[in-house]
Design a protein around this ligand. Structure first.
Ligand SMILES: CC(C)(COP(=O)(O)OP(=O)(O)OC[C@H]1O[C@@H](n2cnc3c(N)ncnc32)[C@H](O)[C@@H]1OP(=O)(O)O)[C@@H](O)C(=O)NCCC(=O)NCCS
Length: 333
């Protein structure tokens, strides 16, 4: 069974309720029907029947709960929840009443209120518009200050440098130039995702162009000291975790290089979770693995939120939406 099939099968056992915020999108309506039919999760779809029928006339909506913020009895309660969450930031009650009718905000408020277990959106909204409601009202998990993302990278076949057949790459999609503190949060969250979703025992490598001080960019951009500091902070945050750095990629995955450049490290040479120093490195890195290495990338999986929220790519397929809902259900466990 593929990792994706395993994730769907695990999700089906959990029977979580996931809100999909974009009932105006054909792919979302089709995915909602498929998820319901396959029993992967219970779906709340934000939209109304006429609109869903218009974009996806042949889809059977049986078993899907449709909610329209414009006439839902919950909108007033959610507006109050939003006002309480944002009044310190200057939001007025009138602004909260208006914003609660926005579909992505409504979905995030359903999650905050505990009326659903997870949130998936972004098929027809940008990453910023998809995540902002969550950042504003759902906020971060205890002990974590940074919401980040990772990709589950599934190998085309097992490889000597990736015996698990799966690796986690972070952060390839949210934090553009993370600080040392943010990198430490990304590392700890990625280890949790690796365990919960990929089902692997995490060994986290903090990546750089330098291994244990071999490279030095003090005079220029200070990226090596940043990764070194992040490594220390992450070790303090999660002392039980197998985590080390800073490593070049080959020192992280190849035992012969790891032993040479970082003797005695438990992670060097056998890492399976890779924390990149910034989004440029992360995004380029996962696409190289995907295009040259034939890896399948599942994600971005958002991590670090107090409750699970995930962002779809605007180019997503129905299958991508189904997979993201299954991952979200597992995060809600
Ligand atoms: C995450 C992102 C979407 C947030 O954008 P934004 O809404 O413009 O962020 P803002 O700076 O206005 O912050 C909004 C709120 O979220 C919080 N926030 C922003 N980023 C956060 C993060 N990574 N973790 C935790 N909180 C965060 C802010 O502190 C702020 O909270 P407050 O209003 O309660 O003070 C932004 O970092 C981004 O656009 N990243 C790149 C995404 C991208 O283009 N990816 C490419 C896809 S492959």
């Amino acid at each position: 069974m593929s990792l994706l099939d395993e994730i769907k099968a695990k999700a089906a056992k959990l029977k979580k309720t996931i809100v999909l915020c974009e009932g105006e999108d054909k792919r979302v309506v089709e995915a909602a029907a498929q998820i319901t039919k396959e029993g992967i999760a219970k779906i709340v779809l934000i939209g109304n029947e006429a609109e869903c029928k218009k974009v996806a006339p042949d889809v059977d909506l049986t078993g899907i709960t449709l909610v329209d913020p414009l006439n839902s009895e919950k909108t007033a309660e959610y507006a109050n929840l939003l006002y309480e969450a944002r009044k310190a930031k200057g939001m007025t009650e009138e602004q909260a009443r208006a914003q609660a009718k926005d579909r992505t905000m409504f979905g995030a408020l359903m999650l905050k209120a505990g009326d659903v277990d997870g949130y998936v959106s972004g098929a027809c909204h940008s990453t910023a518009n998809t995540l902002r409601p969550g950042l504003q009202v759902v906020k971060t998990a205890p002990g974590i200050k940074t919401v980040s993302s990772c990709f589950l990278m599934i190998a085309p076949e097992k490889h000597k440098y990736n015996p698990d057949g799966v690796a986690v790459f972070a952060d390839c999609a949210i934090n553009i130039e993370p600080t040392a503190e943010q990198l430490a949060d990304i590392a700890v969250s990625s280890a949790r995702t690796a365990k919960a979703i990929a089902g692997i025992e995490p060994r986290v490598a903090m990546l750089s162009f330098s291994t244990k001080g071999s490279g030095n960019d003090d005079k220029f951009t200070q990226t090596v000291p940043k990764v070194q500091k992040a490594t220390e902070l992450a070790k303090e945050m999660a002392p039980e975790l197998a985590l080390d750095g800073e490593f070049q990629f080959d020192a992280a995955v190849a035992p012969e290089v790891g032993q040479l450049k970082a003797p005695g490290s438990k992670v060097a040479g056998n890492a399976n979770v890779f924390v990149f120093p910034n989004i440029n490195a992360g995004n380029i890195g996962y696409k190289i693995a995907q295009r040259f290495g034939g890896y399948m990338a599942i994600g971005p999986v958002c991590q670090g939120f107090a409750k699970p929220l995930n962002d779809l790519s605007r180019g997503c397929s129905v299958e991508d939406i189904v997979a993201t809902v299954a991952v979200t259900a597992l995060q809600a466990e």
